[in-house]
Design a protein around this ligand. Structure first.
Ligand code: SAM
Ligand code: SF4
Length: 331
């Protein structure tokens, strides 16, 4: 699949649920209204749609959410999708998770063919962790990460950089990741969804500032390493691990975008930061035995992939740029 700007689309991110066992302050309001279950694609429908995308050239599939591992019977989907790894149609099946369920699932994930997971941890301070995730249990996440490592999963840590809250801990985080051999990616907060209050501007920390400060204490060697995602990586000479920066706000990465996003209700979003979408659930349900109309709908949607996002956070723009939360489109 090639979009109108000549970008090859080979990466699909799938939000398998909008629900989560955490309520991170930058992601959700404390009181969230979730979708009624009947709105969700079934696991069989998710498998069918993923398989259509793989048939169209998707090589990398990432399950996300909400929290993907809290969807009931999620391992049935992951085990099923593992067949595409074994056939060679898919290069990688991976997950972004908050880590709360990794103690339970790491072994099964490896058996299904998953080799890497991204785990979101913004702070190593248990009290701050509780404040940021609202409902998260730090010890449970640490145990989950340890279980993932023991099971042989390669772990990458994602941390949202939050002004005043986590920016001063970055050295601890670099050391902690370095000792364990984990790469670390720092993410800027993006204006997505109403999170209650006018907190967005208070949270926003441009990574260009943070990088300058990191470079006062660590040696960052530029690398051309890319994971096919928007992160730009440097190797930290002192630890040998990588440090990635995802800077949607300060650096526009759209020109190399290779991905589209599917929500748990079957909406295909061609851009994380734009509202245009295609409803694949209707097409899927109207054609239970024929994938051809689904293929056409996907191709037509890719033909509308926009050039880029319009994120902006400043004093005049403190509200969300798009109404849906990150947990709907899956980050
Ligand atoms: N629950 C899983 C997790 O936390 O990793 C997967 C879904 S979560 C929406 C995916 C990623 O999006 C996480 O790394 C999270 O920190 C990030 N995220 C959520 N809301 C964000 C926002 N407004 N700006 C930037 N990153 C955000
Ligand atoms: Fe849940 Fe992930 Fe959003 Fe936190 S960032 S509330 S863990 S979906």
């Amino acid at each position: 699949m090639v979009d109108p700007f000549g970008r090859g689309i080979n990466y699909l991110r799938v939000s398998v649920t909008d629900r989560c066992d955490f309520r991170c302050v930058y992601c959700m309001a404390e009181q969230m209204t979730f979708l009624p279950k009947k709105e969700l694609l079934t696991l069989e429908e998710l498998d069918r749609l993923c398989t259509v995308f793989i048939g169209l050239g998707v090589k990398k599939l990432r399950l996300t959410g909400g929290e993907p591992l809290v969807r009931r019977n999620i391992m049935a989907l992951i085990n099923g999708l593992g067949r595409h790894l074994r056939s060679g149609a898919l290069d990688e099946l991976t997950l972004t998770t908050n880590g709360s369920q990794l103690e339970k699932f790491s072994g099964e994930l490896v058996s299904a063919g998953v080799r890497r997971v991204n785990v979101s941890v913004d702070t190593l301070d248990p009290d701050k962790f509780a404040a940021i995730t609202r409902w998260g249990r730090f010890d449970q996440v640490m145990a989950g990460i340890e279980a993932a490592r023991e099971a042989g999963l390669q772990v990458k840590i994602n941390a949202v950089a939050l002004k005043d809250q986590t920016e001063h801990e970055i050295d601890d985080m670099i050391r902690w990741c370095g000792r364990r051999g984990f790469d670390l990616t720092l993410i800027e907060t993006m204006p997505m969804g109403d999170i209650g209050g006018e907190e967005r501007l208070d949270q926003y920390l441009p990574l260009s500032d943070l990088r300058r400060r990191i470079e006062e204490r660590w040696t960052l060697d530029e690398t051309s390493y890319r994971t096919g995602g928007p992160a730009r990586y440097a190797t930290i000479r002192e630890t040998g691990t990588r440090l990635g920066f995802i800077t949607p706000m300060t650096h526009n990465f759209c020109e190399s975008c290779n991905r589209v996003r599917l929500t748990c209700t079957g909406m295909l979003y061609m851009c994380l930061g734009q509202d245009d979408s295609a409803d694949l659930r209707d097409v899927l349900r109207a054609n239970p035995d024929d994938d051809a109309p689904v293929v056409t709908a996907v191709e037509e949607a890719i033909g509308r992939k926009p050039k880029g996002h319009d994120f902006l956070i400043d004093r005049d723009h403190t509200g969300p740029a798009v109404k849906r939360h990150m947990s709907v489109t899956g980050g």
